[in-house]
Write a protein that binds this ligand. Sequence first.
Ligand code: AMP
Ligand code: MG
Length: 349
Amino acid sequence: MQTKYIEFTSCDAPGFLDAARALKEGRLVAFPTETVYGLGANALDRKAVRSIYVAKGRPVDNPLIVHISDLEMLKPLVTEIKPDVLKLISAYWPGPLTIIMKKTSVVPDITTGGLDTVAVRMPDNPVALELIRKAGVPVAAPSANRSGRPSPTMAKHVLEDLNGKISYIIDGGQCKVGVESTVVDMTVEPAVILRPGGITPLMIKQVLGSVELDRSLIEKADIGKPKSPGMKYKHYAPKAEVFVVSGDYNDIVNWLSKAVSEDKKSGIKSVVLAAKEHIQEYGLNNAISFGSINDASEVASNIFRLFRECDRIGAEKIYVEAIPKEGIGLAVMNRIEKAAGGKIIQAGE
Ligand code: AMP
Ligand code: MG
């Protein structure tokens, strides 16, 4: 298959209209959202949705998020829209918040991995919204990467992973947020966050009064000791082996400086992804800045691109400095820890 690469210019450009038509008719179109690039298919078309799993190499029991452009599109998909759901919608849609609700039979099982619930969100990106509007159907769209690889935050990342496997890529520039949406389960009381993302737990609490974090997130947040490689949790990962290094600033710098010089002696190419405030400690040849330690949003928008950059330069090991799990930092650390597959080093212990 030949993949058509379209640079977005306007919603009336012939290429854009062709892509919207292709999407409606059952073909795959990658498009920008404010979080990461999505790989879209008509969510109501079983065959189209199945082709997403094939193109990505994604396990079929991993359900997809259905993207909509307006509330009218939501109604047929779900059995009810609870008052609390409406509150979340009016506060954070369009935006990086995915809401799990009970599904109707309109939504095929393949879209939800066989579950009786469906995950829905309205993306905050004009290109995405217009594409969905023009296609006129809800759009199932996981991240537009090969399964297990870092999510794409630029159109060229999609091309790297999916060229020849999908019909269209719409280039709408770099994604603003850089990590995937927050997933909140609204079928239970109190609501539970299944995946941290652009909308923080505090932001949800402010609207609902209370929200819980899924146990798996809390247990992982508690990991303080080195963990043996756990492929089970590996995800979002570059080709290199990833290690998270946490602890006090001085301990992190001491541990990392030693590790990098030992790797060098052994002929291993390692790279440190570090806060810009620390970068000079490791030497420019060994480290790349992921942004400021005081700005988790900046780290979020850079992290997946940097994982791919490490692949490009042939890194064998990537050490990532931990950042505080506050605000969107919780989502950033969740992705980094998954990429590390549990290899978390507590420097200074
Ligand atoms: P991705 O689109 O690749 O960013 O992944 C979608 C995320 O949403 C995955 O973590 C899924 O497990 C989650 N998800 C999608 N649908 C559901 C659902 N019905 N119930 C629970 N989690 C879901
Ligand atoms: Mg994904």
